[in-house]
Design a binder for this molecule. Structure first.
Ligand SMILES: Cc1ncc(C[n+]2csc(CCOP(=O)(O)OP(=O)(O)O)c2C)c(N)n1
Ligand SMILES: [Mg+2]
Length: 591
C-alpha cells in the first residue's frame, strides 16, 4: 500500500491508500495546467517572460505561445479575444509572479480594465511557494482580490484539475470577469489518472416566468418603450434573438458603447449608441427594458433622464446590478439569450403573434437619424486642410465591407466620433469600449480580431495619445505577420482636453504634444517594418487606406498618419451636462 495525502476534510488532512501495482501517470503540476488549457480549447497563450507554466505549455506543443512586448498587452490581447468570442472561448495569458513580480505588476492595468469591463480572461502566474509566503510585504492575493472575479493559489499538485475547473467555471458561468490563478513553482507532480481534468460546460439560467409575463405586460402597456442593450447580449451569443425580439415587438434599440454592433446600426429600429436620436428617445420614452446591461452610469454612457417617471426593467446576469443606479420596476435575472427567447415566446403569447407595424415610429427614427447625419455632413465631406477627422471616418465607411471588416478606436476623439457616425452592421464588426479606456488597448483589439478572422481587415483609429501606448507592440504585429492597420488622427494635441471639459486650466498646459511638422512618426513605423504612409491631402485618404489593406492582405501591418485638425465634436449622451462630458460636443462647424 502507498500512503498519500488525501482531501483536506473538516480541518484535517486525510490519508488515502492506493495499491502499489496500480498504474500511475505522474505529471508535473504545470503540465496538468497545460493539458487543462488544451481540453478547454485555449486558442493561444499570450505572455511576456517569465513564468514556469510557459515551459510546460511549450513542451506540450499544442497551444501557440504568443510573445507580446509587455504584460499589459499580454493581458490585453487575451481580454480582447474574450470580448469577441461570445462567451464560448476565453483569452489566456501568463505573467511573471511570485515575490519579485514585475510582470504581474505591469499587467495590473489591463486586469483592472478587464474587471471593470467584465471581460472573462484567465491570467496565470507563478506564486510564492507556500513555505516562503509572508517573506515580502507584497502579496499578490491582497492586491488582486480587488480586481479579479476570483483569485487563488493552487496549494497541491493534485488539486490542479480542481482549481483549473473552478477557474473555467468562473469564466463560463455568471458575470464575466478576469480570474487570476497563482501557481507555486514547487508543486511537484500528481497522478493524472487519479485526478483527471473534466472540461467545464458553463451553466446558464433564465428568468422567473412570472417576471417575464410582467415585463411583456408592461411593454405592451407602454406608449414609447426602448430596448437599451449592453454587451451581455454578446456574451450570451444572443444577437439573433435580439433582432428577432426587436422586430417582433417593433421597439427601437439603443446599444451601449461596449455593445456597438450588437444590432445593425442601419436597421430601421436602430437609434444607435449616442447622439440626438438616442438622446431624444431616452428623454421621451416611458419605459426602458435594459438587456445585458448593468445600467452603470459613467462618462461614456447615457444617464436615464427623469428615471423616476419611467418604467425600468432590467435583464442582467448579476443581481449586483439591480437597483444600483435606478430604482427598478422589474428584473429578469438570467442569460440574455435565454431571457430574449422567453420574451419572444411570451410576447407572441400575449399578442397572439404577428408584427404590428408602427410606421410613425420608423419615420420618427429615420427623421432623427437623417437630421443627425446632416449635422455631420459638412465635416464628413470636408476638403479642409489640415484634414477633418470625420472625412477619414467617411472614407473608412466607403472602403470597408461592413459585413466583413473589423473597426475599433482609441479613447479620445476617435472613440467619440466613430461611435457617433460609423455604422456597423454585423456583430463584432466593431469593438466599442471605453468605459474604462486605457489608451493603447485598441491594438490588442485588432490583433485579437486578426487571430479570430485572419482574412478580415482589422483597423483601429487612434489619436495622438493612444499611439505611444501601442508602439512597443508593433514589433509582434510584424513578427507574427498580423496584417492590422493603425490609422493615426494626428492633430498635434489632445483635442478634447483644451478649455472646457474639466475646467479652463488644461489648455495650453496639458493638451499639446510635439507637432507633426517636427516629429515624423511615419518614419518610425517604417523602421518597424510596417507599411507606413503620411497623408496630408483629403483626396489621398482613401487610396492610402486601400494600400494599407493591400499590405495587410500580404500579412504586413500598416500605419497611416493623417494630418488632421483639432475637431472636438461628437454625439451627446442623454442626461449629461456638456461640462463633464466634452467641451463642445453639441457644437458643429457648419462652414
Ligand atoms: C492610460 C490612460 N491615460 C489617460 C487617459 C485619458 N485620455 C483619454 S483620451 C486622452 C487624450 C486624447 O487625445 P488624442 O488621442 O490626441 O485624441 P484627439 O481627441 O486629439 O483626437 C486622454 C489623456 C486614458 N484614457 N487612458
Ligand atoms: Mg490628438
Amino acid at each position: 500500500m502507498l500512503m498519500e495525502w488525501g482531501p483536506f476534510e473538516s480541518g484535517v488532512w486525510t490519508i488515502t491508500q492506493r495499491k502499489a501495482n496500480e498504474e500511475v501517470s505522474m505529471i508535473t503540476a504545470t503540465t496538468g495546467i497545460a493539458r487543462a488549457l488544451e481540453t478547454e480549447g485555449a486558442a493561444f497563450v499570450t505572455l511576456f517572460p517569465s513564468c514556469k507554466i510557459n515551459n510546460a505549455i511549450g513542451d506540450e506543443g499544442k497551444i501557440p505561445l504568443l510573445l507580446m512586448r509587455d504584460e499589459r498587452f499580454g493581458v490585453g490581447v487575451a481580454d480582447a479575444f474574450s470580448r469577441l468570442s461570445d462567451g464560448k472561448r476565453f483569452g489566456v495569458c501568463t505573467l511573471q509572479g511570485g515575490v519579485n513580480c514585475p510582470g504581474f505588476q505591469f499587467g495590473i492595468p489591463a486586469i483592472t480594465q478587464a474587471f471593470e469591463d467584465s471581460s472573462p480572461v484567465l491570467c496565470l502566474t507563478d506564486a510564492v511557494n507556500p513555505a516562503d509566503s509572508e517573506n515580502s510585504h507584497y502579496n499578490i492575493d491582497r492586491v488582486a482580490v480587488n480586481f479579479t472575479r476570483w483569485t487563488s493559489t493552487i496549494p497541491l499538485a493534485r488539486r490542479v484539475p480542481e482549481f483549473m475547473a473552478r477557474a473555467y467555471t468562473f469564466l463560463k458561468t455568471g458575470r464575466p470577469g478576469p480570474v487570476l490563478l497563482q501557481v507555486p513553482t514547487s508543486l511537484g507532480e500528481y497522478d493524472e489518472a487519479q485526478y483527471p481534468y473534466k472540461p467545464v460546460k458553463g451553466w446558464k439560467s433564465q428568468a422567473d416566468p412570472d417576471d417575464i409575463k410582467a415585463a411583456v405586460k408592461a411593454l405592451l402597456k407602454a406608449k414609447k418603450p426602448v430596448l437599451y442593450v449592453g454587451e451581455g447580449v454578446f456574451y450570451a451569443d444572443g444577437c439573433a434573438e435580439l433582432l428577432q425580439f426587436a422586430e417582433l415587438s417593433q421597439i427601437p434599440v439603443i446599444a451601449t458603447l461596449k455593445a456597438k454592433s450588437v444590432f445593425p446600426d442601419t436597421h430601421p429600429l436602430s437609434i444607435g449608441v449616442r447622439g440626438e436620436p438616442a438622446e431624444h428617445f431616452l428623454n421621451t420614452c416611458d419605459m426602458i427594458l435594459a438587456i445585458g446591461s448593468s445600467l452603470s452610469s459613467n462618462r461614456f454612457s447615457h444617464k436615464i433622464p427623469n428615471a423616476a417617471g419611467k418604467t425600468i426593467i432590467q435583464c442582467t446576469i448579476d443581481n449586483m446590478d439591480l437597483n444600483k443606479s435606478y430604482m427598478l420596476d422589474g428584473a429578469l435575472i438570467g442569460d440574455a439569450k435565454l431571457v430574449l427567447r422567453q420574451l419572444i415566446d411570451e410576447f407572441s403569447r400575449q399578442t397572439g403573434g404577428g408584427v404590428k407595424a408602427n410606421p410613425e415610429l420608423l419615420e420618427e427614427i429615420r427623421g432623427l437619424k437623417a437630421r443627425m447625419f446632416e449635422k455631420y455632413k459638412t465635416a464628413m465631406t470636408s476638403n479642409d486642410n489640415p484634414i477633418n477627422p470625420f472625412r477619414v471616418y467617411n472614407e473608412l465607411q466607403q472602403i470597408l465591407d461592413p459585413k466583413d471588416s473589423f473597426l475599433t478606436s482609441e479613447s479620445g476623439g476617435p472613440r467619440d466620433q466613430l461611435s457617433t457616425v460609423y455604422e456597423s452592421v454585423a456583430p463584432h464588426s466593431y469593438l466599442g469600449w471605453g468605459n474604462i479606456s486605457t489608451l493603447g488597448f485598441s491594438l490588442a483589439g485588432v490583433i485579437a480580431s486578426k487571430i479570430i478572422h485572419p482574412d478580415r481587415p482589422a483597423i483601429t483609429v487612434t489619436g495622438d495619445a493612444g499611439l505611444p501606448y501601442m508602439i512597443g507592440n508593433f514589433e509582434p504585429t510584424v513578427r507574427y505577420k498580423w496584417g492590422v492597420t493603425v490609422i493615426h488622427i494626428n492633430n498635434s494635441g489632445f483635442a478634447g482636453y483644451g478649455k472646457g471639459p474639466w475646467g479652463a486650466g488644461q489648455e495650453p498646459y496639458t493638451a499639446d504634444v510635439l507637432p507633426s511638422d517636427q516629429c515624423n512618426l511615419t518614419k518610425s513605423m517604417e523602421g518597424f517594418g510596417m507599411h507606413a504612409e503620411r497623408v496630408t491631402q483629403p483626396g489621398e485618404i482613401g487610396p492610402a487606406i486601400g494600400r494599407a489593406l493591400d499590405a495587410n492582405a500580404k500579412k504586413q501591418p500598416a500605419y497611416i498618419e493623417v494630418i488632421c485638425s483639432l475637431y472636438p465634436v461628437w454625439g451627446v449622451w442623454a442626461g449629461m451636462k456638456p461640462k463633464g462630458a466634452s467641451r463642445s460636443q453639441t457644437t458643429v462647424a457648419t462652414a
